[in-house]
Write a protein that binds this ligand. Structure first.
Ligand code: C2E
Ligand code: MG
Ligand code: MG
Length: 759
């Protein structure tokens, strides 16, 4: 503030007078300025106060000012000097003169004091104002520092959120709370979307759970937030209701005006959105707010992306561990897990001198079902079989899928082999019942090999191999049974492996041959047919029995090409016999695999093969008889019947081989185009001595006659059997009694010679 001077203290009650004027007191405070000639333009002579006038009431102004020297001050004389002058001169008033000596005004002690007072007051006011100002400023500083600290706190929280690799709800909650605080938003929310676009998480701030529930349920893809997600852009609006894209609010939605919404997205994938509504004090959100929200959303998206990646990695890791230990189809432990458990069992059994058993289970007939009914049905069967086996076991036993239709059971803590036998029987019974596979009723059964620790081996590898060998033996002795391992089995199993290797070469190496066995009319002794029976001679194994290698050929599928060769060969031979003047019907055995060869996916392959065998040989079709078993016909009735009918329409004949060993009824069989029944040799062996065999054969013979089917008795070895059968009116006899299977040249001789009426 400026320093106080004389000009600030001018006295208001100053009256201009002329020197010749006679004073006239007006008030005790009036000061008279005395001029010569003119009060406006005349020379200033001095001041006269009321006191002066009172002292010399008869004087004129000229007298009152004349006797003293003129003391005056200039306008910017400081008040302190003015007060000092008053003291020194003993005056009550002082004139203020300009530079040219012109009268400006007068100051009195009072006017100075008043001015000083005024000045002081204004100084006080100013100080107060400044104080207030300072106060305000202080307050502002405090509030700023509070805001700053909030800001600091909020960004710390955000950073904390973003430092995580997985997002828990409370972290997101802290995040949105902080963001709201930071940007001064009344409401805010993070909406995270599931992969299918539905709202997965809704984390909100500034609203109650009921409201949140309603907002959270809003249909997606609608309105402004839908725009954010679908167009992957941010929105900043001062009044959202004015935006044409706004879908409006549902009832009870809190009123919202300003909006700042940003997508949470990364690499083109939108994880959700963040939005903030109603900035404090009805202000709009600023571009800076948008940058902040975006940067939060960006960091959040990185975290989410990380979390998703981690999740994927974890899931993959889990499924890898699962895949490494479990079979995907049956959910059973796989070989790896079995090995693990076996190791434990082994250690445990060794330490406590206990036994345990390994069961090697192979389903019977699985290949045929898988090949003919489709692999899906095969898979279903494996799953059901796995379940059936598991149900037979105790908790500390393990069943694992070894691959294909093989299962391995680890039976822990058995006391003796009887325990293993009991479980095996239980499994066999469980697998014997029919399986319902998508409407197909299927019978399987299984073959089980058992090896026991420490009786059969004391390491896992050998135990498994031994159980495998025992299983193979179970197959060989007729399937659907269990076998304990014996040392001989090992030999047999190894032999089988070798045999298979050699069988694969047999055709090419011309090791196969066909023998023929005569079928003789019982009444006349006339040879009416020849059954073609395969023989295999191998340098290493010598003569291999069909009972050994036919099942092997069937299992490996080699039977398809071998069977084709047999058909061609047998037809050619029959043609030669016809040309030689001894025409004879040949019977050729067929396998299930030939009816439905899975490799070729051609159901009618067999029809083509038979046709080509007949065509290339020129054999009349009715000279060829095809032997099939009941089980072949029963397995896939529809397709087998179709194939048989096609073959039948070529003119060939059909016989049912090994009749009586299956379950089919004669009347059912009649639906197939059958000409001949071959009674299995198991009924013939004891026919003379066993009355039930006699009854069965007699019944078959009678019914066959009524159905107009030819009957062949197989395996007739003795004269008694022959007589017996002739009495039962069995038309045709086949067996060692007349002839063993013999090479073609020998059979030619036999055909020429004949048996006459007796062998
Ligand atoms: P199968 O068709 O039932 O043939 C009859 C079997 O009984 C033949 O055995 C024959 O040698 C034997 N046999 C004949 N008479 C007697 C007898 O009086 N006593 C005894 N104990 N046995 C007698 P083989 O030749 O060993 O053939 C066994 C089975 O191999 C055949 O049974 C047949 O199912 C199959 N098989 C043979 N050749 C072929 C072929 O080319 N293809 C197919 N798929 N299977 C064949
Ligand atoms: Mg046969
Ligand atoms: Mg037979």
């Amino acid at each position: 503030m400026r320093k106080l001077t004389a000009i600030d203290c001018l006295w208001s009650d100053v009256v201009r007078v002329l020197e010749e004027d006679r004073p006239e007191t007006r008030s005790a405070r009036t000061v008279f300025a005395v001029f010569v000639e003119s009060v406006e333009t005349g020379a200033f002579c001095g001041l006269a106060t009321a006191d002066d006038i009172n002292r010399h009431s008869d004087w004129i102004f000229a007298d009152l000012v004349e006797h003293r020297p003129l003391v005056s001050i200039i306008p910017n004389t400081g008040v302190r000097l003015v007060l000092k002058l008053f003291e020194r001169e003993g005056l009550d008033a002082l004139p203020v003169l300009g530079e040219t000596g012109a009268f400006i005004g007068a100051v009195t002690r009072l006017s100075v004091l008043q001015a000083m007072l005024r000045h002081e007051r204004s100084l006080l006011l100013e100080t107060r104002r400044l104080n207030r100002l300072l106060n305000d400023e202080h307050k502002q500083v405090v509030s700023w520092s509070e805001r700053l600290s909030n800001l600091h706190q909020a960004s710390r929280t955000l950073l904390g959120v973003l430092a995580h690799t997985s997002l828990e709800t409370d972290l997101l909650q802290a995040g949105i709370d902080a963001l709201c605080k930071l940007l001064g938003a009344r409401y805010g929310a993070i909406g995270l979307l599931a992969q299918n676009g539905t709202l997965k998480d809704f984390i909100y701030s500034g609203i109650g759970p009921e409201t949140a529930e309603k907002i959270g349920r809003l249909p997606l893809g609608r309105g402004l937030l839908g725009v954010v997600v679908h167009e992957n852009t941010s929105l900043r609006l001062d009044d959202m209701s004015k935006d044409p894209r706004s879908a409006g609010f549902p009832p009870h939605h809190p009123p919202m005006k300003s909006l700042l919404a940003v997508p949470v997205s990364h690499g083109g994938r939108v994880y959700g959105r963040i939005y903030l509504c109603n900035k404090e004090n009805s202000e709009p959100f600023t571009p800076n707010d948008e940058i902040l929200a975006k940067s939060f959303a960006h960091s959040l998206s990185l975290v989410l992306d990380n979390a998703r990646e981690m999740e994927e990695i974890n899931r993959a890791r889990q499924s890898l561990t699962y895949m490494a230990h479990f079979d995907a189809l049956t959910d059973l432990p796989n070989r790896t897990l079995l090995e693990d458990r076996s190791r434990q069992a082994l250690t445990h059994a060794r330490r406590h001198s206990l036994r345990f058993a390994i069961l090697f289970i192979d389903l019977d007939n699985f290949k045929a079902i898988n090949d003919t009914l489709s692999h899906q049905v095969g898979d279903l069967l494996l799953k059901q079989a796995a379940g059936a086996i598991s149900a037979c076991l105790r908790e500390d036993d393990t069943v694992a899928r070894q691959g294909g239709d093989e299962f391995i059971v680890l039976l822990r803590s058995i006391v003796n082999s009887r325990d293993a036998a009991l479980v095996s029987q239980k499994i066999l019974t469980a697998l014997e019942r029919p399986f319902d596979l998508n409407g197909h009723e299927v019978f399987i059964g299984a073959s089980i090999g058992i090896s026991i620790f420490p009786d059969n081996a004391d390491d896992m590898g050998t135990l498994l191999a031994n159980a495998d060998a025992a299983m193979y033996h179970a197959k060989r002795v007729g399937k659907n049974n269990y076998q304990f391992f014996t040392d001989e089995m090992n030999y047999a199993a190894r032999r089988a492996q070798k045999l298979e290797k050699h069988l694969r070469q047999a055709l090419n190496l011309h090791e196969l041959d066909i023998y023929y066995q005569a079928q003789v009319q019982a009444e006349s002794g006339k040879i009416i047919g020849m059954e073609a029976l395969l023989r295999w001679h191998n340098d290493e194994f010598g003569q291999v029995s069909p009972a050994d290698f036919i099942p092997l050929a069937e299992e490996t599928g080699l039977i398809v090409s071998i069977g084709e060769w047999v058909l061609h060969e047998a037809c050619a031979q029959a043609k030669r016999w016809e040309q030689a003047g001894t025409p004879i019907r040949v019977s050729v055995n067929l396998s299930a695999r030939q009816f439905q060869d899975p490799q070729r996916h051609n159901h009618y392959q067999l029809v083509d093969t038979v046709k080509s065998a007949l065509d290339s040989s020129g054999l009349p079709p009715d000279m060829l008889e095809l032997e099939i078993t009941e089980s072949i016909m029963m397995q896939h009735v529809d397709i087998t019947m179709t194939i048989m009918n096609r073959l039948k329409s070529l003119g060939v004949r059909f016989s049912v081989d090994d009749f009586g060993t299956g379950y089919s009824s004669l009347s059912y069989l009649k639906r197939f185009p059958i000409d001949t029944l071959k009674i299995d040799k198991s009924f013939i062996g004891d026919i003379v001595s066993d009355p039930s065999d006699t009854a069965i054969v007699a019944a078959i013979a009678v019914m066959a006659q009524q159905l107009k089917l030819e009957v062949v008795a197989e395996g007739v070895e003795t004269n008694e059997q022959f007589d017996f059968l002739r009495n039962l009116r069995c038309d045709t006899i086949q067996g060692y009694f007349f002839s063993k299977p013999i090479p073609a040249e020998e059979a030619s001789l036999l055909l020429n010679k004949g048996f006459g009426n007796s062998p």
